[in-house]
Design a protein around this ligand. Structure first.
Ligand SMILES: [Zn+2]
Length: 434
């Protein structure tokens, strides 16, 4: 019986190793199950002997190939491609098992040789493709499959360490990054969370600009560097404080506060008061504030002819230019009153506001202060009047507190430049967005 069994019928892949013989194949015969196992063992032994013989001596053109199930076979060169197509590998390293990860957190075990095609299907050898490290506010970390990441972020975990850490600085240039929960205690130790508190932007005589930590500022000044007074970080929140109807006798106190806080505001001034308080608007300009236009004597521009509207604005701008050297870059219509004729007649951008403190009505510093602190947002234009003493009282409290909350106090022109790329004559602006 055994001699009738055709090993090549049962294992056709061995046929290629079969010594070439002329003549037809023997007929296939069924082998009883009882013998099958025994035969299999014999067959495998024979096959291995053949492989080894073929590889070592008789068949120099054969390639040893490896299957992912661990089997090994010598394959004639002409069949190698066919074997590869059927999932065999010519390099033993290719059948080494590897673990791969899907973006949704799935995990599969594959062989090294399949890595490339699996990568094309979105799997990765990199565990971080399937898992994310999450961070809690108090510094705990979690390693979770991407598939459940959103469940955790909804519960207050963060996937970016930078979301819950802060970089702190000292005036000698030292720098640490700490978890938000630690910030307060570090601030108490003398660290600062604002670079501009511990460093100055300086410019050399040749025009080179860089940040210099406070401890070194003096040394740089001796070398001819100068402090650039104010630096706007376009990434940080900013607001424009605006003061109408001045200048007046309280304005200087407001300017002191702006100067101490390295900040600026915009003043929509009346021409006849510019004439009366030239030193005040000159100082406004020197501090980098915007000296702007609120007509000569508080004219309701919609109640006069277009020519008159244009002329009372022009007259004020000319006065401001005579005193400060610069014409007014914008105007604010009195009573917020404008129409298309006014906009067409006046060749400047019209600036309205988005937060009305109603300071002129309440004449109450607390009320003005609270209104600003509760309504403020990045990009706001805030309306006040520096001719009222309670307004200036509110402003000197608001200015440092807004800075503490991370706001940069900028002019209207700067706000519109940084937030929307500038402004156009004849257009109306309410804040950085509208
Ligand atoms: Zn006004």
């Amino acid at each position: 019986m055994a001699s009738d069994y055709d090993i090549y019928e049962e294992y056709p892949e061995l046929r290629d190793l079969k010594p070439r013989r002329s003549g037809g194949r023997k007929k296939k015969r069924r082998v009883k199950n009882g013998f099958k196992l025994l035969l299999l063992i014999v067959v495998i032994a024979a096959a291995l002997a053949l492989i080894s013989a073929a590889v070592s001596a008789f068949s120099p053109a054969a390639t040893v190939m490896y299957n992912r199930d661990g089997s090994v076979k010598a394959v004639p060169e002409k069949d190698v491609d066919d074997y590869i197509a059927r999932g065999w590998y010519s390099d033993a390293a290719d059948i080494a098992p590897v673990t791969m990860y899907a973006e949704d957190g799935g995990i599969i075990t594959a062989v090294r040789g399949d890595v490339k095609s699996l990568e094309e299907k979105g799997y990765s050898l990199d565990k971080s493709a399937a898992f994310t490290t999450l961070y809690s506010e108090d510094g705990d970390t979690l390693y979770v499959p991407n598939s459940v990441k959103s469940t955790y972020t909804a519960k207050g975990w963060y996937d970016k360490l930078s979301d819950i850490t802060k970089t702190l600085y000292k005036s000698d240039g030292s720098k640490i990054t700490v978890m938000n929960a630690e910030v307060e205690s570090k601030l108490a130790e003398g660290w600062s969370d604002r670079l501009l508190d511990v460093a100055k932007k300086m410019v050399s005589a040749e025009g080179e600009e860089k940040f210099i930590f406070n401890d070194e500022v003096e040394k740089y000044q001796k070398d001819g560097w100068e402090i650039i007074k104010r630096v706007i970080d376009p990434e940080q929140p900013m607001v424009a404080l605006t003061f109408d109807d001045g200048p007046g006798k309280f304005t200087d106190r407001l300017l002191d506060c702006l100067e101490q806080n390295n900040s600026v505001a915009t003043f929509f001034t009346l021409g006849y008061l510019d004439e009366a308080y030239p030193d005040v608007i000159k100082r406004e300009a020197e501090l980098g504030c915007e000296v702007s236009n609120h007509t000569w004597e508080h004219t309701n521009l919609t109640a006069v002819s277009a020519e008159t509207a244009a002329s009372v604005v022009k007259k004020t701008s000319d006065k401001v230019e005579e005193i400060t050297g610069k014409p007014t870059p914008t105007y604010r219509p009195c009573y917020g009153s404008y129409n298309s004729d006014v906009l067409a007649a006046i060749d400047l951008p019209a600036i309205m506001w988005s937060i009305d403190t109603l300071d002129w009505k309440t004449r109450n510093a607390d009320s003005t202060y609270n209104k600003i602190m509760s309504d403020v947002y990045d990009g706001a234009i805030i309306l006040m009047h520096d001719i009222h003493e309670p307004t200036v009282e509110a402003a000197v409290r608001v200015i440092p507190d807004l800075i503490k909350e991370g706001y940069q106090l900028v002019t209207v022109q700067e706000l519109l430049e940084y937030k929307r790329g500038g402004m156009e004559n004849g257009k109306v602006y309410f804040d950085a967005f509208e």
